[in-house]
Design a protein around this ligand. Sequence first.
Ligand code: DQA
Length: 138
Amino acid sequence: MKLLILNGVNLNMTGRREQGVYGTQTLEDINAEIAAYCKARGAECEFYQSNLEGEICTKIQTSDADGIILNAGAFTHYSYAIRDAIASVNTPVVEVHMSNVHKREEFRHKSVISEVCRGTILGFGKNSYILAAESFLL
Ligand code: DQA
């Protein structure tokens, strides 16, 4: 089992931006925890982050992973290009968010990608990624 953990725009700032919302751990710290969790369960992880919408689409199109865990960041709320990229491949995608977007600003309540994802996990901080990984490992 190979999983791609794919992070979109501004997720590279995790640990430095809005610490009250996203915590103090960096994306690298979080990725190390996800890698250890997956390794202990016999799964392999690949990590990729980009602030560019098209690069996220290309990564979805070309991935050889068995499953994709995607935190698209703000792209979630308006990127029909990422939605179409997900719809164009057979690889299952689980949408994740660290914060509970439904408790936040109204523009975050709408996800244009949820409909084409296998499921969505949100509101559990870095554990949203772990729970998404678990959904592939069950
Ligand atoms: C986020 C929520 C988005 O609304 C926001 O734009 C992000 C992070 C989350 O992980 O909670 O960048 O996807």
